[in-house]
Unconditional design. Sequence first.
Length: 347
Amino acid sequence: MKYYSGPYFSEDGFIQAEVLVDKGEVKDFEEGGDRGEKVMIIPSLCNSHTHIGDSVVSEPPVGSIEEVVGPGGIKHRELSEASEEEMILSMIGYINRSESNGIKHIIEFRENGLKGLSKLKIADERSKGSIDLNVMGRPSEKRYDRQELNKIISNASGLGLSAYRDWDEAELKKIADHVKNGSTSLAMHCSEDVREPIEKVLELDVHHLVHMIEADEEDLKECADDEVPVVICPRSNMFFGKIPDIPKMLKAGITLSLGTDNAMISGPNIFREMETAYRIGMMQGGIEPEEILMMATWNPRRSLLGSRKWRQRDSLMLLEHDEKDPAHEVVSVTTPNDILRFVEIIR
Ligand SMILES: [Zn+2]
């Protein structure tokens, strides 16, 4: 048994705490305690938006959004040329790298219908770690197919669709109605490249939206009023010359989480994503580093992963800590090399 103590990132911010660890599990937790090795204690990190399959793409992804991830672009060309084993191996590499980087929870938008889901399932089983992989599937084509949709829903945590404007409205409405009746969730990309009609998107009863960088203040307010959380992916946006206005989104009252998006554009490193979001926020008038850390820990647990507090299988991460302000340290100094260990929370 071993004691660790130091700043602990609770749902309300940092407090002093102590944990007693035995055989990799938390046996006791005490607020205010200061026995044992000095560390920083934070919930394991969540990567709230990925496209893991893109890790097979080897060509440098240079060009506009359309040229890189659009139909017939670099991504789709390389994905269609890759063998099944190449795809699976690259996905295993991505999952293992995520865990080395402190990520224990992933929300993945899996493309290519049932085939896409089965490849990821194999990769997840063959990866060595214990990642909580929440997979949102999607139909193989942009139309409503009742049978296919039922199979996708039973093999995934929900649906994660491409941008609203990619879809025929009537087909999309049928899918949304099907999902509602099947009591699963529908998430989608929105207002990444151009502003999309938020009222029509919200009518679909979406679970969460990804990007919203081209949304105006009214759109953001409507999202906040409907309690629809948003995942932002600043490094991916910046790659295409765009920057999410993080203070504006927070001011509108939106619950934000962070994702790394397409695997060939950004690796699964949430420390880098937090640092980028923090520096963008500072350029836009200032942001508290604790707000940023919330986006990688408590916000996704509360708003995306369907749990009020801890996940069924969850963990704390113990980090090196050198007595600086912990929130500033973790978002702008800490790297995956500072991870000392994970400890399991047994509920
Ligand atoms: Zn995406």
